[in-house]
Design a protein around this ligand. Structure first.
Ligand code: SF4
Length: 252
């Protein structure tokens, strides 16, 4: 993060502030700065948003437009440690059967296990039950109400706060963290530590959270990680960040 610190110091020295101003999403979804302030962070955000605006019709999942609290919470729990395509395959059947927290609580363990069997992860049923119990007991009226949601990690809480209330930090999942690490550091650390490591937290605070539409930015980041910056073989030739990515500069 040395370069971000250096650039922030430079900004402070010149008495300038970082304003990431969205001039027009119609012009390819780019952001433009009020003065000539070019940083790797800005290039990253521009690249992600442009790529997302050009590809979002292919990438958008049906649940992204759905702001129903019960379905949004359940969907994020269904998405944990599985492929999106697997969730898409069961989505309609699952929510036609389970329409409320009460439906989840009433369902037998066997019924729920059967409904989510294809997604894997044995403790998923327990997560769904605990979350349903929380939703039954607590009305979700503010971002703070999300904080107590059992079974939800930082990413799940962040994406729910953004989606339901348009509040909170940029949501960085494991796919997004991989993009950030490769882009800034040129490598990827132990996958288990990826989302929680302090470097990702710093990039989020010092770079991504300056941007207003953090929900779109979160989707762009995680989608690029999912479809392009893949765990084993990143497709750098297809990536909008390849010219400034530290990893790509060492491999292309
Ligand atoms: S250029 Fe390659 S390594 Fe860098 S973010 Fe894109 S896909 Fe990932």
């Amino acid at each position: 993060m040395k370069f971000i610190e250096e650039e922030l110091n430079e900004v402070k020295r010149h008495g300038r502030h970082i304003f990431l101003v969205i001039l027009s999403m119609k012009d390819g979804g780019c952001i433009k700065l009020p003065e000539a302030y070019e940083s790797k962070c800005t290039v990253l955000i521009n690249g992600l948003l442009k790529w997302y605006s050009e590809n979002s019709s292919l990438l958008n999942r049906k649940w992204r437009k759905d702001t129903d609290i019960f379905r949004s919470v359940m969907t994020e729990l269904l998405l944990i440690r599985t492929r999106r395509e697997a969730v898409e395959n069961i989505y309609d059947v699952f929510f036609s059967k389970f329409r409320s927290p009460e439906d989840i609580l009433r369902a037998s363990k066997e019924d729920l296990e059967k409904a989510v069997y294809s997604l894997g992860m044995r403790k998923r049923v327990l997560l769904l039950k605990r979350a349903a119990a929380y939703l039954k007991e607590h009305e979700i009226r503010s971002p703070e109400d999300i904080d107590g949601l059992p079974g939800a990690g930082e990413y799940v809480k962040s994406i729910l706060k953004l989606k339901l209330f348009n509040k909170g930090n940029t949501a960085v999942d494991r796919n997004g963290a991989r993009v950030l690490f490769r882009y800034f550091y040129g490598y990827v650390p132990d996958v288990e530590k990826l989302e929680k490591c302090k470097e990702v937290e710093r990039i989020r605070k010092e770079c991504l959270d300056f941007y207003d539409d953090r929900l779109t930015l979160s989707y762009a980041l995680m989608d690029l990680g999912y479809y392009v910056c893949k765990p084993r073989k990143p497709e750098c030739n297809k990536c909008p960040l390849k010219d400034t990515c530290k990893y790509a500069r060492g491999t292309l």
